[in-house]
Design a protein around this ligand. Structure first.
Ligand code: PMP
Ligand code: GLN
Length: 380
């Protein structure tokens, strides 16, 4: 077959999870919690299915769930969103991102992607006939190098992919970043696709910065969220996308022919849970920060260097003091030999910097698992 995606293989997440299972290794590779979602949420799913909520829901999502989500956005971000015209429930942020990208990117358009970048953006751009323009984040702290972004903008720039809190780096953007992006987006008339699936996982007292809170960005952005992250239900594949009415209309045109709708009983369960526990998402940052600190505390005696993740549930460890082998090689070998699976950072970069020695570890895991993984890593 003359592949439309010749460079694409099986994702690193599936590959490493399979290897971890094969080796019986602790799996800190693919990002998913090893603990249960809230019991009330699981119960609500069963109740929804038993109550007969098993057929197609409305295209944009259940009205009561969209109302709860608008209330959440008001509560946590202080923004007013029209759930009818601006909010769409999707079967996972992956689908929402795909629909947003393919709805606006035309053949020949350029899309700015900040490397390292989550793996699903580029294939969507390619399938839409667009071209990704890769701009590296700063190697020291994975911040946005705005001079390099400015240099990458051309009259063909159509879309800018933003991701904060960042996967795989765990970095976050600040208000100044958003102000700079707003100014550039307006001046050069491009749109923004903001992946905020880890919005509730921002640590050390900092606040999540959303494009929705910045009026100029709000007017030209898709903002993507995932219940998988917020409610520890990655297998439920449900999320939502917020965008101004004109962009939402285009997103829904694509969405109705990619997936049509998101899963009905899951939407009922989430609506019921959010109505009863609107403050649950606000409890996540402290819980995940404790997990991060447990993992890093247990790694204090190791030879790895690290800067604590500012957000998301991934911690980068620099193994430069231990080995100079490529991350892809080491990642596999340590899964086999030391029983801890991680993800190499270079797979998220178009041009990995020579000599980069970084692995990503997911700390959405129970205390015993984090302790045991750190013990094994300390022995390396
Ligand atoms: N964006 C980022 C940065 C992610 O890490 C993930 C998933 N882990 C997604 C999007 C996709 O989310 P979902 O599982 O809801 O499709
Ligand atoms: N987003 C998750 C991660 O970064 C994995 C999602 C997937 O496997 N596609 O590990």
């Amino acid at each position: 077959v003359d592949s439309k995606l010749p460079g694409v293989g099986t994702t690193i997440f599936s590959t490493m999870t399979a290897l971890a299972q094969e080796c019986g290794a602790i799996n800190l590779s693919q990002g998913f919690p090893d603990f249960d979602p809230p019991a009330a949420l699981v119960a609500a799913l069963g109740e929804a299915a038993s109550a007969g909520h098993n057929q197609y829901p409305p295209l944009a999502g259940l009205p009561q769930l969209r109302a709860q989500l608008a209330a959440q956005l008001a509560r946590y971000r202080g923004v007013t969103v029209d759930p009818e015209a601006e909010l769409t429930v999707v079967p996972g942020a992956t689908e929402g991102l795909y629909c947003a990208i393919t709805a606006v990117v035309r053949p020949g358009d350029e899309v700015i992607v900040l490397d390292p970048a989550y793996d699903s953006y580029e294939p969507a751009v390619t399938l839409a006939g667009g071209r990704t323009v890769h701009v590296p984040l700063t190697p020291e702290n994975f911040a946005i190098d705005w001079d390099r972004v400015r240099a990458a903008i051309t009259p063909r720039t159509r879309l800018f992919m933003l991701n904060s809190p960042h996967n795989p780096c765990g970095s976050t953007v600040n208000g100044e970043d958003l102000a700079t992006l707003a100014e550039l987006a307006e001046r050069h008339d491009f749109l923004v696709c903001s992946d905020e699936v880890y919005e509730h996982l921002v640590f050390d007292g900092a606040a999540h910065q959303s494009v929705l809170q910045h009026p100029a960005l709000r007017a030209r952005s898709f903002a993507h969220y995932s219940f998988g992250k917020t409610f520890s239900v990655t297998g439920w594949k449900t999320g939502y996308c917020v965008a101004p009415p004109a962009l939402t209309k285009e997103l829904r045109k694509v969405h109705q022919f990619v997936a049509f709708v998101a899963v009905t009983p899951v939407q009922h369960a989430l609506a019921a849970f959010l109505e009863a526990h609107p403050d649950y998402p606000g409890t996540l940052a402290a819980a995940y920060q404790a997990r991060r600190d447990r993992f890093l505390g247990a790694l204090a005696g190791s030879r790895f260097r690290f800067r604590p993740a500012a957000g998301a549930y991934f911690q980068l460890l620099d193994y430069g003091a231990v080995s100079d082998e490529p991350d892809t090689v080491l990642c596999e070998r340590w899964t086999r030999e030391h029983g801890v699976a991680s993800v190499p950072v270079s797979v998220f970069q178009a041009e990995p910097p020579p000599g980069q020695t970084l692995l990503r570890f997911c700390f959405a895991k129970s205390d015993e698992v984090l302790e045991e993984a750190a013990k094994r890593l300390c022995a390396i």
